[in-house]
Design a protein around this ligand. Structure first.
Ligand code: NAD
Length: 314
C-alpha cells in the first residue's frame, strides 16, 4: 500500500488531499500543528483506519517511523491575514520546515511535492504567468515573508534534487477556493460569501478592477495528484485561467447567494497584485490536466457549504 505523508494535512487544501488519497486506497499520515488549520477539517476521516493525524510542528524535529512513498508538503500559513500576523512562523515553516521534510524524503527515498504559490510571481510584469517567468517580488514589503519563504523553499527543493537526487516536484498553486475555507481568513471568496449571507456590504478592495483567476478545489486536487504520480520536477502551474475582476466576483457571489448586500469599496492592501492568471500550457501538455468545474458551479457548491455551517457565517 502506498504510504503518504501530508504536512499541513488539517488545513484547507491538505484536508481535501487527504480525503482523495484515502479514496485512492493510500495510507495517509497528516502532520499539522493546527496553527491555521483544525482537526475538524479531517474529523470525517478519523474513522478510516488508513488515516492518522499527528500534532507536529514540522519546524521542530520530525520523525516518521516506517516506509514513506510520497510526501506532500503543504504546511504554511497561506492567506494574507494569516501570514501578515504570523510572519516569523511563515518564514520558519518555509525554510526550516521545508528543510526537515526534504530530509525526511531523502531518508525514506520518497517523492516530495512542494506546495508553492503564484505569489512567487509577485506583482507580475508578464501576463499570463508561465513557469519560466522569474517574478516581480518585493522582498522587504509585508507580503515578502510569504513570497520569499516559498521562493526559498523552491530553491531548497531544487538543491536537494541536484545534490541528493531526491525525487522532487514543485507545484505553483493559483488562488483556490472551496469547502472548508475559513470565513475570516481574509481571502476574497470566503469574505464575500460571509458578507453576502449576512446581508452586510461586500467589501471590494480598490475599484475592484484588479483581477484574479480562481480554481475550484476539486480541480486543483486532481492536478496535484497527477503531478505527484508523474515524474515531472516542475515547477508546474496549477490554477484556473478564467480571469475575472474582483468586482465581477463580488457581484456573482451576491447573485448566487440571492443576497441584497451592497458593494463597499475599501482601500487596497500594500503590494496587492493587480493581475494574476496562470499559463497552464505545461500542465495541459505534460499532465493532460485542465480545470473542469465552471466558476458559477464551484461558487454555488462553496456557498452551499457555508450555508450548511451557519456557525461559521455568524
Ligand atoms: P491552510 O492555512 O488552511 O493550511 C495550512 C496548514 O499548515 C494548516 O493546517 C496549518 O495548521 C499547517 N501548518 C502551518 N505551519 C505549520 C508547522 N510549522 N507545522 C505543521 N503544520 C503547520 O492553508 P491552505 O490554503 O490549505 O494552503 C496549503 C498550502 O498550499 C500552503 O503551503 C500554501 O502556501 C499553498 N497555497 C495555497 C493556495 C490557496 O489558494 N489556498 C494558493 C497557493 C499556495
Amino acid at each position: 500500500m502506498t504510504r503518504v505523508v501530508v504536512t499541513g494535512g488539517a488545513g484547507f487544501l491538505g484536508s481535501h488531499l487527504c480525503e482523495q488519497l484515502l479514496a485512492d486506497g493510500c495510507e495517509v499520515l497528516a502532520l499539522d500543528n493546527f496553527l491555521t488549520g483544525s482537526p475538524t477539517n479531517v474529523g470525517h476521516l478519523a474513522e478510516n483506519d488508513r488515516f492518522r493525524l499527528l500534532k507536529t510542528d514540522i519546524t521542530d524535529y520530525v520523525h516518521v517511523p516506517g516506509p514513506v512513498d510520497l510526501i506532500l508538503h503543504f504546511a504554511s500559513p497561506a492567506s494574507p491575514i494569516d501570514y501578515l500576523q504570523l510572519p516569523i512562523e511563515t518564514l520558519k515553516v518555509g525554510s526550516i520546515g521545508t528543510l526537515h521534510i526534504l530530509g525526511l524524503a531523502k531518508e525514506k527515498g520518497a517523492r516530495f511535492l512542494l506546495a508553492s504559490t503564484s505569489e512567487t510571481y509577485g506583482d507580475p510584469q508578464v501576463h499570463p504567468q508561465p513557469e519560466t517567468y522569474w517574478g516581480h517580488v518585493n522582498p522587504v514589503g509585508p507580503r515578502g515573508v510569504y513570497d520569499e519563504a516559498k521562493r526559498y523553499a523552491e530553491a531548497l527543493t531544487m538543491a536537494y534534487r541536484r545534490t541528493h537526487a531526491v525525487d522532487t516536484a514543485i507545484v505553483r498553486i493559483f488562488n483556490t477556493y472551496g469547502e472548508r475555507m475559513r470565513p475570516n481568513d481574509g481571502r476574497a471568496i470566503p469574505t464575500f460569501i460571509r458578507q453576502a449571507l449576512r446581508g452586510e456590504p461586500i467589501t471590494v478592495a480598490g475599484d475592484g478592477s484588479q483581477t484574479r483567476s480562481v480554481c475550484y478545489v476539486d480541480d486543483l486536487v486532481a492536478g496535484i495528484l497527477l503531478l505527484l504520480r508523474s515524474d515531472l520536477a516542475g515547477p508546474v502551474n496549477i490554477g484556473n485561467p478564467h480571469e475575472l475582476s474582483m468586482l465581477d466576483l463580488a457581484e456573482r457571489i451576491r447573485a448566487l447567494a440571492g443576497s441584497s448586500s451592497t458593494i463597499a469599496f475599501v482601500p487596497r492592501p500594500e503590494d496587492d497584485p493587480t493581475i494574476r492568471q496562470p499559463d497552464i500550457s505545461l500542465a495541459s501538455r505534460e499532465l493532460g490536466w485542465a480545470p473542469q468545474v465552471a466558476l458559477d458551479e464551484g461558487l454555488a457548491r462553496t456557498i452551499a457549504w457555508f450555508r450548511s455551517h451557519p456557525e461559521l457565517v455568524g
